[in-house]
Design a protein around this ligand. Structure first.
Ligand code: TPP
Length: 313
């Protein structure tokens, strides 16, 4: 559905997000039965679960919205541990297949992308230079914004969006990079749009920015010379309007609950909107029947088959 006045297809953006959320979960957990053609079994789950789920839904939201808003925009991802999301989008767009002939738009390609994630001699668990478009090893937080300004340096035609984790934003490097806007003259350099991913949590607790008020964050951002643009990542239409109405010196504050679209709680511990969704939210899915069923229900919630049939033609 083409939104009147927006010029983008909001339904398509939501489909891309849903597709990539499923694919992020499947990469982290599955070694078989990738389309859930039969009930999920312990044998379908990878023996060593190693990946980061919590940040993925927010990355998928940012990626799909930015691509739809400006297809030529460069996207720089700070939290490289959200690699399943980045990889899912590259596969969805056909970019991965351009560089890796095994990443085909069929069941074989889907199986390849999922099974080889965080697998011996397969894909790493974090973004790395083997990923198309990635030049730095993901894993060390803090340098994304500096890289974004570097990409815009001396290139007035460049438009660079940079997603920064709110935990990453606590690093000295990320904070100091906010001053780079004072060194890049708009006439001779490209445009950089920092996007703070406010999902409120890092590895094992809340982020400082997640506990600050809207007023404090607005003042912080203004103090560095940017104009805050607040976005609830769950509302694609609002996100698109916000992007289209961005001021010249925009700093986007994108809120998403950490682990959004995942299981809500496990054994009384809150998962969505909490640090407990940071890595693998169902750590015993390979041996615990109730966690396996939770995983199955979680995967089924995306209605992936319908999206996949359209994708694979
Ligand atoms: C410089 C640095 N310090 C610590 C870490 C360990 N680390 C990995 S993920 C993470 C939390 C990141 O939180 P955030 O940036 O908010 O990302 P998200 O919540 O979206 O996962 C930390 C501290 C790291 N990767 N790099």
């Amino acid at each position: 559905m083409l939104m009147h006045g927006l010029g983008v297809d909001v339904e398509n953006i939501d489909k891309q997000i849903r597709f990539c959320d499923y694919l992020a979960v499947a990469q982290i957990f599955l070694q078989d039965n990738f389309l859930l053609d039969r009930p999920l079994e312990f044998g379908d789950v990878k023996p060593r679960l190693l990946g980061h789920w919590g940040t993925c839904p927010g990355i998928n939201i940012a990626y799909a919205n930015l691509r739809a808003f400006c297809p030529d925009m460069k996207f720089i991802l700070g939290p490289g541990h959200g690699f399943p999301a980045l990889q899912a989008n590259l596969y969805y767009e056909g970019k991965l297949e351009e560089y890796d002939e095994r990443a085909t738009r069929d069941y074989g390609g889907l199986a390849y992308v999922c099974k080889e994630f965080s697998w011996p001699y397969g894909f790493p668990s974090h973004a790395s230079p083997v990923t198309p478009g990635v030049i730095a090893e993901g894993g060390e937080l803090g340098y994304a914004l500096a890289n974004a300004y570097g990409a815009a340096l001396g290139r007035p035609e460049e438009y660079v969006a940079c997603l920064i984790g709110d935990g990453e934003f606590e690093t000295a490097t990320a904070l100091a990079s906010l001053n780079l806007n004072k060194l890049l003259d708009a006439a001779e350099n490209g445009k950089v749009v920092p996007i703070l991913h406010l999902n409120g949590y890092k590895i094992s607790g809340p982020t400082i920015y997640g506990r600050m008020s809207e007023r404090e964050l607005t003042n912080l951002v203004r103090g560095f010379g940017y104009e805050p643009v607040w976005v609830d990542g769950r509302n694609t239409e609002d996100f698109q309007y916000a992007l289209q109405e961005m001021p010249e010196n925009a700093f986007v504050l994108m809120m998403t609950p950490k682990g959004w679209t995942g299981p809500k709680e496990l054994d009384g511990v809150k998962l969505v909107g909490n640090y407990a969704s940071h890595q693998v939210p169902l750590p015993f899915a390979k041996s615990d029947e109730s966690q396996l069923r939770m995983l199955e229900n979680w995967l089924k919630s995306y209605n992936f088959r319908e999206l996949y049939d359209e994708f694979a033609g």
